[in-house]
Design a protein around this ligand. Sequence first.
Ligand code: B4P
Length: 188
Amino acid sequence: MRIVILGAPGSGKGTQATILSERYNIPHISTGDLLRAAVKAKTELGLKAKSVMDAGELVSDELVLGMLRERLQADDVAGGFILDGFPRNLVQAEALDALLAEMEQPVDEAVQIEIDPEVIVGRLAKRAEEEGRSDDTEETVRNRIRVYEEQTAPVVGFYGDQEKLSQVFGVGTVEEVNARIVGVLADR
Ligand code: B4P
């Protein structure tokens, strides 16, 4: 199964992708996690990405695509994958389609987690207290929401046009949201 999880920052993408990865026994590929690891390791990519991430903007398509292309070549993706945080704009969505067509492994389903921006600000303020992520300040979170609305929301239509889109309501417990996602995947 090849799944893309879409949703605003703080919608629960990472949380749900982790649970789905265990359930379906396929790797969880988060471009945010890959970028944070590069920042931590101070690689060339990480050094370029840090200030962009801290401002809540998107890292360049070229860098993120190169990173993802490499990750998708690993042996563990042969049985499928869950992509979290990618694609983030239409250029990335089209590039992903082309890459997966080459691999003869097209996306099966895109699941969008829908949530109100004010719920997001509250959730990420809580995460800022607990984990101290440098892009969870209120100002950066509001910018990340704006970037999502301008650049990532059109990706929802991209998968809608391909009849591969499901939408689930993202408010409720983690388990409730997970049950909704498992339900829509079972119906496909
Ligand atoms: P990401 O790591 O993707 O960050 P995110 O959008 O905030 O999602 P995340 O997965 O962390 O949060 P989640 O919704 O699971 O990206 C970070 C940055 O990296 C971007 O701003 C950008 O700069 C860069 N980047 C990443 N991918 C890129 C790309 N493709 N192109 C360019 N740049 C890219 O959860 C948030 C919180 O909500 C958690 O604390 C969780 O505990 C809580 N939560 C989850 N579900 C809940 C529920 N049901 N109820 C209550 N709380 C819940």
